[in-house]
Design a protein around this ligand. Structure first.
Ligand SMILES: N[C@@H](CCC(=O)N[C@@H](CS)C(=O)NCC(=O)O)C(=O)O
Length: 334
C-alpha cells in the first residue's frame, strides 16, 4: 500500500490531482492587492499542458498579448520539473530572474513551498510574487479585469453574446464545467495515469459517456458552440482536451473506445472550426496556441505517463495520426 502525501499523484493505482495553492486574484479595482496594470503580470507555462493552454487561448481571444507577458518553458517536463532551455523557440532562461527551473520561481514566492510545481503560473513582476497557479481562476481574471487595456469590441460588456462567462449562462456553464472536468479534462489523466486495470476501467467508460453527451448537445441545438452562437468558457475548457485527444490521449493514454475524427462528427466539426479559425471572432487564438505544439503533445504525455506510472520500459512515442488536424472545407466554415 502506498502512502499518500499532498504531493503524490497516485494512491493505490488511482490518479488524484492535488489542489492548486496560490489563489489570489487580479482586480480592475486600482486599490486591490493585485490591481490590473499593463505590463505588470506574466504567465509562465509550458505549451503542452492543457490547463496552461486555457490561459494562452484566453489571453489571445481577449487581445491581451501586449498587456500580459508570456514566458514559455520547454514543452516537456524534466527530472526537476518544468525548465527553460531555449528548445524550439522557447525561452533560454527565465527572463525576470535568470532561473532555469520553474521550482525556483515557486521558492521565490514562498521559500517553504511544499506543493507541486505546476504550470500555469500568473506572476506579479512588481510585487515579485505568484498571484495564482489555478488555470480556471486565471482565465476568469482575464475575461474582464483587464478590459480597460483592450480595444472596445473585445471588452466583455460589448460582446453580443455577453462574453466568455455571461451572467445569464453562469449556472449552466458551471454545471457543465463540473462533469466535463471530472470525466473529460481530468478523466483522460485518470485513464492515462492509472496504475492498475480496475482504475483505468473505472474512468474510461465515463469519459466516453461524457463525449457522447457533448456530441449530443451539439447535435441537438445545431449551433456552432456548446452554448449556441458564441464562444464561452465551456468551449475553451473542452477545446484543450479535444485538441490532444486523437494525437495523444487515444494512443498514449489508451483512451481508444472511439476517436474524435471518426466517431464524433459534431465534436470534430466544432473542434476544427475553432482550430482553423483566423477571423475576427478568435483572432486565431486557438490556432496560434495549438499549431506550433500539437506535434509534441504525444512526446510530452509519453514521458509523463512513464514518470507517473514509474515505468522502467523505454518510452516509445506513437507517431500518428498522419494528419494531426483534418482541414475544414469551405462549406463547413462559419
Ligand atoms: N489545477 C491546475 C493543474 C495544473 C497542472 O496539473 N499542470 C501540470 C501540467 S499539465 C503540471 O504542471 N504538473 C507538474 C507536476 O505536477 O509536477 C490548473 O488547472 O492550473
Amino acid at each position: 500500500m502506498s502512502e499518500t502525501t499532498k504531493n503524490e499523484y497516485q494512491k493505490d493505482g488511482a490518479f488524484t490531482r492535488p489542489p492548486s495553492t496560490f489563489r489570489n486574484f487580479v482586480s480592475a479595482d486600482p486599490n486591490a492587492q493585485f490591481p490590473a496594470e499593463k505590463g505588470r503580470y506574466a504567465l509562465y507555462l509550458s505549451p503542452g499542458c492543457p490547463w496552461a493552454h486555457r490561459t494562452i487561448i484566453v489571453r489571445a481571444l481577449k487581445r491581451l498579448e501586449d498587456v500580459i507577458d508570456l514566458y514559455i518553458l520547454n514543452p516537456s517536463m524534466g527530472d526537476k520539473g518544468w525548465f527553460f532551455d531555449g528548445a524550439g523557440g522557447t525561452l533560454p532562461k527565465d527572463p525576470l530572474y535568470g532561473f532555469t527551473y520553474l521550482r525556483e520561481l515557486y521558492y521565490k514566492a514562498d521559500p517553504n513551498f511544499e506543493g507541486r510545481f505546476t504550470v500555469p503560473v500568473l506572476w506579479d513582476k512588481k510585487a515579485h510574487t505568484m498571484v495564482n497557479n489555478e488555470s480556471s481562476e486565471i482565465i476568469r481574471m482575464l475575461y474582464s479585469e483587464f478590459d480597460a487595456f483592450v480595444p472596445e469590441p473585445y471588452r466583455e460588456v460589448n460582446k453580443p453574446g455577453g462574453g466568455l462567462y455571461p451572467a445569464h449562462l453562469r449556472a449552466e456553464i458551471d454545471e457543465m464545467n463540473e462533469w466535463v472536468y471530472n470525466t473529460v479534462n481530468n478523466g483522460v489523466y485518470k485513464c492515462g495515469f492509472a496504475g492498475k486495470q480496475e482504475s483505468f476501467d473505472e474512468h474510461v467508460y465515463p469519459l466516453f459517456a461524457s463525449l457522447d453527451r457533448l456530441e449530443g448537445i451539439l447535435a441537438a441545438h445545431g449551433k456552432p458552440f456548446l452554448f449556441g452562437d458564441h464562444i464561452t468558457e465551456a468551449d475553451v475548457r473542452l477545446y484543450t482536451t479535444i485538441a490532444r485527444f486523437d494525437v495523444a490521449y487515444h494512443t498514449v493514454f489508451q483512451c481508444n473506445l472511439k476517436s474524435i475524427r471518426h466517431d464524433y462528427p459534431h465534436l470534430h466539426l466544432w473542434f476544427r472550426r475553432l482550430y482553423w479559425d483566423e477571423t475576427e471572432q478568435t483572432g486565431g487564438a486557438f490556432h496560434k496556441t495549438t499549431a506550433p505544439w500539437i506535434g509534441l503533445y504525444a512526446t510530452g504525455y509519453a514521458g509523463a505517463r512513464a514518470k507517473v506510472t514509474k515505468s522502467q520500459a523505454a518510452v516509445i512515442v506513437p507517431r500518428g495520426p498522419a494528419v494531426l488536424v483534418e482541414p475544414l472545407a469551405e462549406s463547413e466554415k462559419l
